[in-house]
Write a protein that binds this ligand. Structure first.
Ligand SMILES: Cc1cc2nc3c(=O)[nH]c(=O)nc-3n(C[C@H](O)[C@H](O)[C@H](O)COP(=O)(O)O)c2cc1C
Length: 215
C-alpha cells in the first residue's frame, strides 16, 4: 500500500505553510454562492480526517430552510447579547461587540456539525476510557474542511456563542447526536493572513516557546 507514497517537495511545503497562514475564521462574506459541486468536494475531503476507531462519527447538517436560518440567527443574536454583557467591564468591550458578527444571515452556506455519540462504525474501539475522542474526531474533520475550503478561496466561520440544546432541538436530529459546531461557509469579503482578533487588538499570537513543555 505504501509503494507509491507521494513525495511533497519544498515548493508544496511552502505553499502548504501559506495555506495554513491564510486559513481564517471568517465573519464577513461576499454574496457569491458556493457551487454545489464545491460543497460536495469539501465534504469529501473533510471525511479524510482521522477518527477514533475509524468511527467517522461526524454528521453534517446542511441548512436548507430559510425560516430555520432566520431562527438560528435570532438565537445567536440573543446569545451574543448575553455574552457581550459578560464582557461589559473589558477595555475592549466595543471591539468585542463589533467582532461578534456571526454571518449566519449572509453566509451562502450554513452547516451544523454533530457527533454521533453511539456510532455503529468503529465498534466502539478506543472510546471506553475517553468517549470524548468521538467529538475530537469531529473537530479533526472540521479542521480538514477548513483547510480544504481555504484552498479554494472559501472561508469558514465557527459560531459557538449559542445554546447547543436549543440549536440541536431546532435542527431535529437523533437524540445521540451532540452539537460540535455551527459553521458559516462562503467567500470572504476580505481575505487576510492575520486573525481578526489580532487585527483588532483583542489577542495576539502567543510565542510558541510558551506553549511547548518537556518532562
Ligand atoms: C472551537 C472554536 C470555536 C470558535 N467559536 C467562535 C465564536 O463563537 N465566535 C467567533 O467570533 N469566533 C469563533 N472562533 C474563531 C476564533 O476566534 C479564531 O479561530 C481565532 O480568533 C483565530 O483566528 P483565525 O481562525 O482566523 O486564525 C472559534 C474557533 C474555534 C476553533
Amino acid at each position: 500500500m505504501t509503494h507509491h507514497a507521494p513525495l511533497f517537495d519544498d515548493d508544496f511545503a511552502q505553499r502548504f505553510e501559506t495555506l495554513l497562514r491564510w486559513r481564517r475564521d471568517v465573519r464577513h462574506f461576499a454574496p457569491q454562492p458556493v457551487a454545489e459541486q464545491v460543497m460536495a468536494d469539501l465534504l469529501a475531503q473533510a471525511v479524510l480526517a482521522p477518527s477514533v476507531g475509524h468511527a467517522q462519527p461526524w454528521r453534517f447538517v446542511r441548512l436548507r430552510t430559510p425560516g430555520l436560518r432566520a431562527a438560528l440567527a435570532d438565537h445567536v443574536d440573543e446569545q451574543n447579547a448575553v455574552a457581550a454583557g459578560e464582557h461589559a467591564g473589558h477595555a475592549r468591550y466595543d471591539d468585542y461587540v463589533a467582532l461578534k458578527l456571526h454571518g449566519i444571515r449572509e453566509a451562502p452556506e450554513i452547516m451544523a456539525v454533530f457527533c454521533d455519540e453511539q456510532p455503529l462504525a468503529g465498534h466502539r474501539l478506543g472510546i471506553a476510557t475517553m468517549p470524548e475522542m468521538l467529538r475530537y474526531s469531529c473537530v479533526a474533520a472540521i479542521q480538514t474542511l477548513w483547510l480544504a475550503a481555504r484552498l479554494r478561496g472559501i472561508g469558514l466561520g465557527w459560531v459557538s456563542i449559542l445554546d447547543p440544546r436549543t440549536v440541536t432541538a431546532m435542527l431535529d436530529v437523533p437524540p445521540q447526536w451532540s452539537l460540535i459546531a455551527l459553521l458559516c461557509i462562503g467567500y470572504p469579503a476580505e481575505p487576510s493572513d492575520k486573525p481578526e482578533l489580532e487585527q483588532r487588538g483583542w489577542q495576539s499570537r502567543e510565542p510558541l516557546a510558551d506553549r511547548v513543555f518537556e518532562r
